[in-house]
Design a protein around this ligand. Sequence first.
Ligand code: SF4
Length: 376
Amino acid sequence: MNLSGEDRHNSSAVARRDIRDLTLDELESAAAEAGERPYRGRQIAHWLWRKGAESFDVMQDLPAALRTALAERFTLAPANVAAVRRASDGTCKLLLRLADGEAIETVIIPAGDRTTLCISSQAGCAMGCEFCATARMGLHRNLTAAEIAAQVFAARRELNPGAQLTNYVFMGMGEPLANYPRLLGALTAMTAPWGMAISPRRITVSTVGIVPMMEKLLAELPVNLAVSLHATTDEARDRIAPINRRYPLAELIRACRRLPLKARSRITFEYVMLAGVNDTIDDARRLVKLLAPLRAKVNLIFFNPFAGSDLERSPRAAVEAFQAVLHRGNLTATIRESRGLDIAAACGQLYAEQHLPQDAGARDHERRAAQLGIQD
Ligand code: SF4
């Protein structure tokens, strides 16, 4: 096949890896293969992860020949911010356009002396949770480690002067544990001394309950874990979080009991309050029983309504009554106010608003079920 000059350029761009997908060992090897001493790998890592370099040209303390060799072998594309929405409560949502045209969301959430970044791990999601706008997309693709970690730099550029990110939660688009190798690559770059050197204690990975990967993750890195629970019976959870058909509640809770938690750390259970679905006093009592064997805390979350969803948020009085039952059962339970409602800040909403027809959810249902290996 004869390729034009432009085609050749494009095909080599597709084949090249983003240099931020490399570990320190691989950076050292890349330097050695370019005829340089391996310590240059550490210098490259410093440019990538401490200085947030977005081109090889800025790496001025590297020999020009090495920069040229790196640029021929690797890409280093800046995160392309396609839209920024700032809410009246300070929440800031970024829509990032990836090199292949996919779009993902990243949300900066200031609260008191914390500024939390909500990071996406996939473009779309296959998990099909009924209360989630991202589920309407289905899974488009996994993000690379570079695309996951680059969200931190994109967010830092949007911070107000003097502000800095203090916490990182993988609660954006996608199920992080369904993209495990790339998630681990990103977490390694974020936490390693040669990377961003962020304390793993400041990082929370949220899962809807991919049981086998939960234990694996905590064995590799001492990050915090959040489990999206959202129901106290298999019947209700099967409906609103279909992964439950593969890993039912009892199996999920057994897996949580086995997790190698660090001293004083607890598993956070996320529970989105849905009127008439999971918000009764009986649900609250069942939740107390379910979590009794665990070091657990519960976040009760107001549902963010979105177009095309039939679900409704629980009234405040119901959420408070639910919380009171948890407190009486000695469970720490916090009510999470909706953030950024005026900018559609819940996961997937900005994307959905800009990209999806209203009936996309119904059309995607079968595909999601097939992706999960779940049939009704
Ligand atoms: S809540 Fe999380 S796991 Fe469920 S569909 Fe949305 S992004 Fe996926």
